[in-house]
Design a protein around this ligand. Structure first.
Ligand code: AMP
Ligand code: GLY
Length: 436
């Protein structure tokens, strides 16, 4: 029987834990988490709570268990180089090495690869390590996005019109980034509809999951500050505003990036490449790549994945992913997060969340919570994800909404995710862009 160690403590890892445990390989699961996620703890034979920076402890835990492989859920341990340490100890991993994880941890690295290897779909951009020439470039582009070069939990990106107005304000932000990071990326602001494509890879071939649309803004109607993602939907196949060509373009960009990563580093990327794309009036463009599954996007695709998850992980590790058949139920999925009041800027702290009668057709997954003796406490970020799966999007939406409404506490959620009205808004937006 296989033994697997899962690193991570979010809802993404809760569903990954479920997929691993319910594999036909019937493995024994162990977990390393930075807070006690009760959903993961229940599925694991043994779990340990500790910081993701403690690579020695993670290696010691994995070695003492004699695990067959380690699945790394979040970007934080990848950024510390947990895969390098584990692989040096002879332990296989689903997740890229520190050098390859720069796909996510360094926005300048990824943009540089698009230029060097002539990868399609990149916006106009420049990387600056001093403020020399920044103002001129801001003026040249006219409408810009500014990105700190490093992991910033989604908070390092500032979009003109959303987070600042004038180019002078943008220039001030660039200087602030440069005082804290080695470089700043300035790029053209793209207008369109975003989608996520998550692809497992052994470094040679790709196993694509169905596309998903996330909702980054905190409040109904896409208002308010950016968050880690308030919820998401997928339709099994294409999203309602996409064409087959859009999907093919995203797959092609991912494949070109996979190839570029190998050419650049000489090492095969083993893990997940999750591309954030935007469909503009001139076609599909690349917003960014992440080196792990999306959260909440993992909840959409893993809820309908019929391919055996352990088999897929072994395909990644052994370099045989081309032999793993990609099978997903053709169902719609909607995920809605219950988050603490005040999230993301001033979330209530140390408040309990109560799950009442969650309808039995709805699945729920714990995220940033800590189980203590007297209940489940929210730790300040997204708390519990509710997932509805159905033949039609509207049905899945109603299930997810019923689920999230059954939770109680100082929480809120976005009622509009997956609703016909919001989806139609996306369709109309894309239609008007395409006809420009
Ligand atoms: P990230 O933290 O890199 O996922 O970026 C957060 C959000 O910023 C993305 O989901 C987009 O909505 C937005 N964004 C990033 N780059 C661009 C761009 N070049 N044009 C327009 N929006 C962007
Ligand atoms: N859905 C946003 C993220 O996982 O980064």
């Amino acid at each position: 029987m296989a033994k697997i160690l899962l690193i991570g403590n979010g809802a993404r890892e809760h569903i990954i834990a479920e997929k691993l445990v319910y594999s036909k390989a019937k493995p024994t699961l162990f977990a390393y988490m930075k807070a006690n996620n009760p959903g993961i703890a229940k599925l694991a034979e043994q779990s340990v709570v500790g910081p993701y920076s403690d690579l020695d402890e993670i290696e010691r835990f994995a070695t003492s268990l004699g695990v067959d492989f380690v699945f790394i859920g979040p970007e934080e341990p990848l950024g510390y180089g947990v895969v390098d340490v584990l692989e040096r100890a002879g332990i296989a991993c689903v997740g890229p090495t520190k050098e390859l994880a720069r796909l996510e941890t360094s926005k300048s690295f990824t943009r540089m690869l698009t230029e060097k290897y002539d990868i399609e779909g990149s916006p106009k951009f420049k990387v600056f390590s001093s403020d020399d020439g920044i103002l001129e470039y801001l003026k040249e582009l006219g409408s810009v996005v500014i990105k700190a070069d490093g992991l910033a939990g989604g908070k390092g990106v500032k979009v003109q019109g959303d987070h600042f107005e004038t180019l002078e304000e943008g220039y001030t932000y660039c200087k602030q980034v440069l005082s804290e990071h080695p470089c700043v990326v300035v790029e053209e602001k793209l207008i369109g509809e975003e989608f996520s494509l998550q692809s497992f890879t052994d470094g040679k071939s790709l196993f694509h999951c169905p596309v998903v649309q996330d909702h980054k803004r905190a409040y109904v109607g896409d208002k308010g500050p950016n968050t880690g993602g308030m919820g998401s939907y997928s339709c099994g196949g294409l999203l309602p505003f996409m064409t087959e060509e859009d999907l093919e373009a995203a797959k092609e960009i991912t494949d070109q990036m996979r190839d570029a990563l190998f050419k650049e580093t000489g090492t095969l990327y083993k893990g997940v490449m999750y591309g954030g794309f935007i469909i503009t009036k001139t076609g599909v463009k690349l917003i960014e790549f992440n080196a792990r599954m999306g959260d909440p996007e993992a909840l959409n695709v893993l809820s309908i994945m019929e391919t055996d998850f352990v088999e897929l992980c072994l395909g990644v590790i052994s370099g045989n992913i081309h032999k793993v058949e990609s099978v997903f139920a053709s169902k719609a999925t909607v995920c809605k997060y219950a988050v603490p009041e005040g999230y993301p800027e001033a979330p209530v702290a140390d408040e309990k969340i109560f799950l009442g009668e969650v309808p039995k057709e709805v699945k729920y997954y714990y995220a940033s919570v800590d189980k203590k003796e007297d209940g489940v406490y929210m730790t300040g970020s997204r708390a519990v994800a509710f997932v509805g799966v159905a033949n039609a999007l509207e049905e899945a939406q109603v299930l997810a909404e019923d689920g999230v409404c059954s939770a109680q506490g100082k929480i809120f959620h976005r009622e509009d995710i997956g609703t016909a009205q919001l989806v139609q808004k996306r369709v109309d937006h894309m239609k008007s862009l395409r006809s420009e």
